[in-house]
Design a protein around this ligand. Sequence first.
Ligand SMILES: [Zn+2]
Length: 404
Amino acid sequence: MTDRVARVGAWLDERAEEMARFLERLVAVDSENPPGRALGRCARLLREEMDRLGLSPEILGLPEAPGDLEEPCLVRGTAGDGGGLVYFHGHFDVVPAQDRAQFTPVRREGKIVGRGTADMKGGVVGMLYGAAAARELGLLGDGRIVVHLVCDEETGSVAGSGHLRAAGLIDPAARAMLTAEPSGGSIWNAARGAISLRVDVQGREAHVGQANLGVNAFQHMLHLARPVERYAAEMAGRHTDFPMGPGDAPGSMLVVGGLSGGGSNFNVVPGSAYFTVDGRFNPEEDLDGELKRLTGLIEDAAREIGATVAIRTTQVQPSASTGPDHPAAAALARVVGEVQGGPARFELCPGVLETRWYAQLGIPAFGYGPGRLEVSHGPEEYVEEAAVRRCAAVYALYAGDMLG
Ligand SMILES: [Zn+2]
């Protein structure tokens, strides 16, 4: 172990208990999104801890936010005051729990189990303590870390990161951005783009005894879904050149019919039917072109049978990537190798990442966090306490290398 890893590690180890206790308190706030509950309460808890850590926190309210978010806001903090800038970015909303007991965190065998521990309250704790360590140990030279914590990542971050971008709060001159998503110790230097659609088919209701007078929206929907399924199979066969984690498929991924439904009763010809399409597209794909192709397939199928269809695009999120040879990527790989004691792995994140909001402005942006993707969003979600401290050390040393 190098001297500087030992020094940062010692600073963090001294605070291992307070880090774990703070994570437990964060997990106990049920900031489920959707619907976006308890966001203000979670933000105030973060502000209190950031204040204690000397990170000059402020809460920015987002009164214009769409949807049902409760007290939508973002939390911003700073370590250091120099001209150079590195962003630490996280989110404090969590996906809905499988069981309310997930909001009572359990600490056992070096792990903390509970909703949001991996995705990504554990990572947020690592970032806050990493930023504090960097400042207190004098690593930041003539630079500063700005921390952005948003409230609605799990539903696309329109309110949080959307506001950061719209209000010009992301400085394109920043040297790098890190987000603590559950990469399991790998570096996510690329992430997929997303397209989500809802397809509504209209028919005409009629009693089963006079079904001949109706127009069956369900039958029409089946006809429209078929070409989308063929499209999904084709996209699954178009592989990315980016390395991926074990178990991750190299094709673009689509779910057809994640939500579907319609009709008013078993004995009535359904007058309406709908299904959703949700896709995660490799960075090599042209998202706008694929959106046109996908909606074209559905419209063509509707024309064939005279179906009435409305297609609503509910989400388009661009992919993001920073090459592994970029100096900011190489620097991160060096620090990760130094702290983890082995070569760092670059991988494509199989989902979307908030790195896109920064990468679009030309900022090198990476996902790197202590959680594991395979337990995130699941009933047994956990994070290892030692992994949180390891990541915190990486955050501190990386900021130091980029700024010092
Ligand atoms: Zn996340």
